[in-house]
Design a protein around this ligand. Sequence first.
Ligand code: FPP
Length: 249
Amino acid sequence: MTVKPIVLNDLPTDLDYLRLPNHVAVIMDGNGRWAKRRGLPRIMGHQRGVDTLKDLLRCCKDWGVPALTAYAFSTENWGRPLDEVEFLMTLFERVLRRELREMMEENVRIRFVGNLAVLPPSLQEEIARSMQDTQNNTGIDFTVATNYGGRQEIVQACQAIATQVQQGLLNPQDIDESIFEDHLYTKGIAHPDLLIRTSGEMRLSNFLLWQLAYAEIYVTQTLWPDFNREEFHQALLAYQQRERRFGKI
Ligand code: FPP
């Protein structure tokens, strides 16, 4: 008797469905360079980057990767020219408003992590609406890091825990990794197994510093707007060829 391999909506046959990462994180780098090479304003790169992200989300769904996290805006990105920052904030808002219906149809649960309280109020409203409307969706878990900084996340977790100690609600000896994680923005979200960074830089750039402790890292020279399913396929192949030891031998 021949055993039929599991084929999940076009999953490339050289990928093992049972060994796909449960959670992929992406640093979407290279939008500006992509635009510059074409003689376009940098913002056109971000605009194109949204299409890439949409297709990656769809690909995760098609191939059976249950969770995706994207780094959309770091706490350091405020240092960019004002018009670029303003464009990005408007872009996030516009995309959320435009895509909410499709996210509901596609059963996507969207969450935002980061210091959201200082974002433009109209963006905060769209974020709250999208998180609320999709919170019971059971398909892919999509997390967007916006005004996110890994160090800041760790510091605010320490502040929250210290306050509980000060109030006599928590004994310092009882603080463990699980309690710490409960105070991170990503509470309840599994750690990424694979981090993909585009455009060749070999840096974490303050992204998910705690959560990526044992993630496999895959860096491609491809600029984010050019990242496609074949690139994702290559990243997953590389991931499946790695031996994950988690500090053991
Ligand atoms: C980094 O490229 C990219 C960003 C800072 C923005 C990424 C945002 C998107 C693709 C939009 C996502 C939208 C939603 C709603 C989640 P860069 O500008 O640093 O490129 P460079 O290194 O070539 O200058």
